[in-house]
Write a new protein. Structure first.
Length: 125
């Protein structure tokens, strides 16, 4: 079994509102995820799955679209991918709370990357 995290965009999994945590749990269990846990009311879900990575990454999209009646952006990353991100932290000795990691569904345009590099250089450390 492999560990994953699902990041639901613009969803708060709270007792009331768009997606109730209990519904999210039932939905994940119905598509075969095990040891499912949510992180407070954030829409972040950690789970284990025996499914191939591609299936584990697309199943929440499909199930949530059926549940919500519209597409819900879900980004699923394997535990190993998150470990790589943590290991690549460019500020390992800094306090962790001001650092931000942004996960994208697709690669950004080259112009966007260059603009971000330019802005980070112009602002300095």
């Amino acid at each position: 079994m492999h560990g994953y995290i699902a990041l639901l965009r613009a969803i708060n999994a709270v007792g009331t509102g768009t997606l109730v945590k209990a519904d999210l749990r039932r939905l994940c269990e119905a598509i075969g995820f095990a040891e499912m846990r949510t992180r407070i009311a954030s829409g972040k879900t950690v789970f284990r799955s025996t499914s191939a990575a591609v299936q584990a990454k697309t199943a929440p999209d499909d199930a949530l679209a059926v549940h919500a009646g519209k597409p819900v952006a879900v980004l699923v990353r394997a535990g190993a991918e998150l470990a790589t991100v943590l290991a690549g932290n460019p500020f390992p000795d800094a306090a962790p709370n001001p650092a931000v990691t942004i996960f994208l569904g697709t690669a950004p345009a080259a112009e966007s990357i260059e603009l971000a590099r330019h802005l980070s250089r112009s602002r300095g450390p």
